[in-house]
Design a protein around this ligand. Structure first.
Ligand SMILES: C[S@@+](CC[C@H](N)C(=O)[O-])C[C@H]1O[C@@H](n2cnc3c(N)ncnc32)[C@H](O)[C@@H]1O
Ligand code: SF4
Length: 363
């Protein structure tokens, strides 16, 4: 795993469109089959230039095309945006460039085209490995389609991740174990395993759908941790599991409090104490550009604690945290302290109580 000191500098691009809207999803995305890529490109280019003017560091260690469903973008668009990025920024030799993809919104041909344009990591949203639950989650693809795309992607991209959502209503431990073992049998080196959250602004939220109850969710989390450990793919963040050395460098940048640029609607960025944000509306984003504000050192520190304690096996510096809170968290078995008392690391119990732990140790 990356040391906390290594300077990471990421670029996030938000693609705001999907083929359809999933009933659980609160990400900023709209259904749209054929958006006007020229208009979008002009907006992204303007954002890139604006951000480049705000920083002396022009050497990127990661790029992440997220969304929405950025695999819907055309290879021609990807070529233009990659050209713009490489004109304005330098890419580190070992740069990680991730593209999020839906099984039904990418083809083998498109994967090859994206790979040839520099994408070296694909993150496929599978969500469930049984067709009944895929239907419930409003997914357009079947298990078989997802498996086919993964097999194709394996031969094209050096790094591959799949997203799954568990703790679905009435999901049993046995059912999840079966799905997780199927996922592991695919032999990937990175898995993002999210517990279903019900967000107010979604169809599930409006329908008052309940995820698995708290006790079952905890059992599911412990089971996941144990199965993934056994498979040699331990957690490195609350919901992310990877073989050693295969962690997502881009996401580590967020969790380690590094700098990153965010371009496109609803994108966020951080440059030291500067926090940038864009409108959650394509039209308003195009009109208004990136907005920024200065965080106070206290706000920045709080954010670093919030993000940093999400890392499950990476020690977090104790400096600035509440000594009383640390003592209490230790007594509760939520953290371990390093031998020289300079860092804390959340335990599995601590990660399960993360919100309470953060409140406890904040000064
Ligand atoms: C920004 S989404 C993009 C992925 C891609 N568009 C797809 O759907 O396959 C990233 C991931 O967040 C997860 N996610 C989205 N909404 C969620 C929710 N309400 N609860 C848990 N996970 C969620 C899903 O696993 C999804 O793949
Ligand atoms: S989960 Fe993915 S495909 Fe579904 S609405 Fe959200 S971003 Fe779009």
């Amino acid at each position: 795993m990356q040391s906390r000191q290594k300077p990471l500098f990421g670029l996030y691009l938000h693609w705001p469109y999907c083929l359809s809207k999933c009933p659980y999803c609160d990400f900023f995305s709209h259904p749209c089959q054929a958006p006007n890529e020229d208009i979008l490109l002009a907006g992204y280019l303007r954002d890139l230039k604006q951000m480049a003017n705000l920083t002396d560091n022009h050497r990127l260690t990661s790029i992440f095309f997220g969304g929405g469903t950025p695999s819907l973008m055309s290879p021609a668009f990807m070529e233009k945006i990659m050209h713009s990025i490489t004109t304005i920024f330098t890419l580190s030799d070992d740069i990680e460039i991730t593209l999020e993809a839906n099984p039904d919104a990418i083809t083998k041909e498109k994967m090859t085209a994206f790979k040839n344009l520099g994408i070296n990591r694909l993150s496929i949203g599978v969500q469930a490995l049984n067709d009944t639950d895929l239907k419930f989650l409003g997914r357009r693809h079947s298990v078989q389609t997802a498996l086919n795309r993964i097999e194709e992607a394996k031969n094209i991209f050096p790094k591959l991740n799949m997203d799954l959502i568990y703790a679905r209503p009435n999901q049993t431990l046995k059912a999840w174990e079966t799905e997780l073992q199927t996922a592991l049998s695919l032999g990937l080196s990175h898995y993002s395993l999210y517990q279903l959250t019900i967000e107010e602004n979604t169809v599930f939220g409006q329908k008052n759908i309940s995820p698995a109850d708290e006790k079952t969710a905890e059992q599911l989390y412990r089971l996941t941790d144990s199965i993934m450990n056994e498979a040699g793919i331990p957690s490195y963040e609350v919901s992310n599991y990877a073989r050693h050395g295969e962690e997502s460098r881009h996401n580590l940048t967020y969790w380690m409090g590094g700098d990153y640029i965010g371009i496109g609607p609803a994108a966020h960025g951080r440059l030291g104490l500067m926090a940038t944000e864009s409108e959650h509306s394509v039209d308003k984003w195009l009109k208004n550009g990136i907005m920024s504000e200065q965080l106070t050192p206290d706000e920045k520190f709080e954010e670093q604690v919030l993000m940093g304690l999400r890392l499950t096996h990476t020690p977090f510096p104790i400096k600035g945290l509440s000594p009383k809170g640390i003592q209490k968290a230790r007594q509760l078995g939520w953290i371990t302290l390093s031998d020289d008392d300079s860092t804390i690391t959340p335990t599995l119990n601590g990660t399960l109580m993360l919100n309470e732990l953060i409140i406890m140790v904040l000064p």
